[in-house]
Design a protein around this ligand. Structure first.
Ligand code: NOJ
Length: 546
């Protein structure tokens, strides 16, 4: 593997080097640019009150583990008051904690504990919709068509007018979870819900909505949150007139068309500018957007200087295992983000997608590839998000029908199983379920007995475990100036491999092929599987000092 003439993505001045063994200084305001975020799905992380469901106390109790792992910031998926029609993304009170997860006092304790360990805490904000139990929606249901209460949501008459038995919704949009995106209310009007019927879309054309979200942002900022993950950040502006969609190629519930004009309308950027203005009125805070925008250049618009700080890059999530697909995903993102001067934000897994170890084939091969992909992810310039359980090499779980809770399962007519398989509670210790996730109750989803070898305790004790690999990688990422810099250049690599240089002399190589490849020269700092001789084994990545 040797230097290539491929573009050099130097997106800014390199961070000055410091002595080995110490974290690098970075302007406090820029902490998010290279941070390792850890996504906590609160229901599944750790159960502090033994009712079978994870909670905020559970997170606070595990902060020492998170420090040991070496993450720098947390993203907590929603813990707000919610009837849980969509795992908490149906928010009934965005400024209170659901009793299932604890209380505001528990949140304060979590923030205090995390900050005492120098860990930032970011929270989810869900601006596209509220729960149908939110007081605004209840008021809208009780009010007349055309009333100010209904104007906070998207209520319309059907195509065949407004009467209680009108049966043609205002347009042909399907809900992401299956069935139509419209539900009729008793007076004959319909309301829009791009997701479940329990998640009515709010109307961002109404200034009252922006004012309410400003209030919500300030509430959590005042409480000490270091930032936000903005749910469906590309959805707040709807297409003018809500026209029918072209459904050619639509594959049904749980899927989305590549071109879906309900999302990524230009008007969304004004709303995001409001978010940025509010967030910037507090020191050292940030926001990352969840925007599944397939076009890299359009995605980059979300992180122009006065909009979001970061936006998840889902190209790696979508890339199948292979050097060409990884190369294209990385290169496209680096190029597009460099053009607007924003860092990339790398993701392999989250609570909405099949875990990467499973995507790469599962079992031994999936595990090997997952470890290799992690060394790629953790060596790229920018911010990274690790999903709880990634660090244990967990796989998706095939769950029995009767425990499934994702709305997609019911709304697809029991054909699409949905996302519960990637949300199974974490195994912490011991030899049988529930592995210390909970002490007395059955967890809300069953934990497979085979996870006995993948508990946190078992993996901490094993220097070859995936957890030990993550710990070493995160330590090196903090300490090595090359990995904190923005310098990146591609190197030539044999068939099935990719390689790049970070800083002057750190080389990362991935062999995604089936046969061993030539190992680039240099001192091996870390490898995802054992290196023998001068060969880079199949399904292996390595970090080398050239
Ligand atoms: C994206 C969230 O990640 C997902 O879990 C949720 O179902 C939808 N947005 C709707 O809020």
């Amino acid at each position: 593997m040797s230097d290539s003439t491929a573009p050099h993505h130097a997106t800014g001045p390199a961070v000055p080097a410091v002595s080995e063994g110490r974290s690098l200084p970075r302007a406090e305001a820029d902490w998010w640019k290279t941070a390792v975020f850890y996504q906590i799905y609160p229901k599944s992380f750790s159960d502090g009150n033994d009712d079978g469901v994870g909670d905020l106390i559970g997170v606070t109790q595990r902060l020492d583990y998170l420090k040991l792992l070496g993450v720098e910031a947390l993203w907590l998926s929603p813990f707000y008051k919610s009837p849980m029609a969509d795992g908490g993304y149906d928010v009934a009170d965005p400024t209170d904690v659901d009793p299932m997860f604890g209380s505001l006092a528990d949140f304060d304790a979590l923030i205090a504990g995390a900050h005492a360990r120098d860990i930032k805490v970011t929270v989810d904000i869900v601006p596209n919709h509220f729960s149908d139990q939110h007081p605004w929606f209840q008021e809208a249901l009780a009010a007349e068509p055309g009333s100010p209460e209904r104007e906070r949501f998207i209520f319309m008459d059907g195509k065949d007018g407004r009467h209680p038995d009108s049966s043609v919704p205002p347009n042909n949009w399907p809900s992401i979870f299956g069935g139509p995106a419209w539900t009729r209310v008793p007076d004959g009007q319909w309301y829009l819900h791009i997701f479940a019927p329990e998640q009515p879309d709010v109307n961002w054309a109404n200034p009252e909505v922006a004012a309410e979200f400003e209030r919500i942002l300030r509430f959590w900022l005042e409480r000490g949150a270091d930032g936000f993950r903005v749910d469906v950040a590309h959805s707040m502006a709807k297409p003018e007139g809500l026209p029918d969609m072209d459904l050619t190629g639509y594959l049904g519930p749980g899927t989305q068309l590549d071109v879906d004009h309900r999302f990524d309308n230009d008007g969304v950027h004004d709303h995001l500018r409001m978010f940025r203005r509010v967030i910037d009125s507090y020191p050292n805070r940030m926001a990352v957007g969840e925007a599944w925008v397939p076009d890299d250049e359009r995605l980059a618009l979300y992180v122009r200087g006065d909009e979001l700080h970061l936006t998840f890059n889902f190209r790696l999530v979508e890339a199948e295992w292979g050097s060409d697909s990884f190369h294209a995903a990385i290169d496209g993102s680096l190029t597009a983000m460099a053009a607007v001067g924003a860092p990339c934000t790398w993701v392999l897994s989250n609570h909405d997608v099949v875990r990467h170890t499973t995507r790469y084939g599962g079992g031994q091969i999936g595990r090997a590839r997952g470890r290799a992909a992690a060394l790629v992810q953790l060596s790229l310039p920018g911010a990274v998000y690790v999903y709880n359980g990634d660090e244990l090499g967990l796989e998706n779980v095939d769950l029995p029908d009767e425990v499934l809770q994702d709305p997609t399962w019911k709304r697809s007519g029991y054909t699409e199983r949905g996302r519960d398989g990637e949300r199974v509670p974490l195994p912490w210790e011991g030899t049988e379920p529930p592995f210390g996730f909970s002490h007395s109750a059955q967890p809300w989803l069953p934990i497979p007995a085979e996870w006995a070898e993948q508990t946190v305790a078992a993996e901490l004790a094993d220097p070859e475990s995936t957890l030990s690999l993550y710990r070493k990688a995160l330590e090196l990422r903090r300490e090595l100036p090359e990995l904190q810099s923005e310098e990146f250049s591609w190197l030539k690599a044999p068939e099935g491999c990719l390689a790049y240089r970070r800083g002057p002399n750190l080389v990362v190589a991935l062999n995604a092929g089936d046969v061993p490849a030539e190992l680039p020269p240099g001192e091996v700092l870390l490898s995802s599987s054992p290196i023998e001789g001068n060969k880079l084994p199949a399904n292996t990545a390595v970090w080398l000092r050239a």
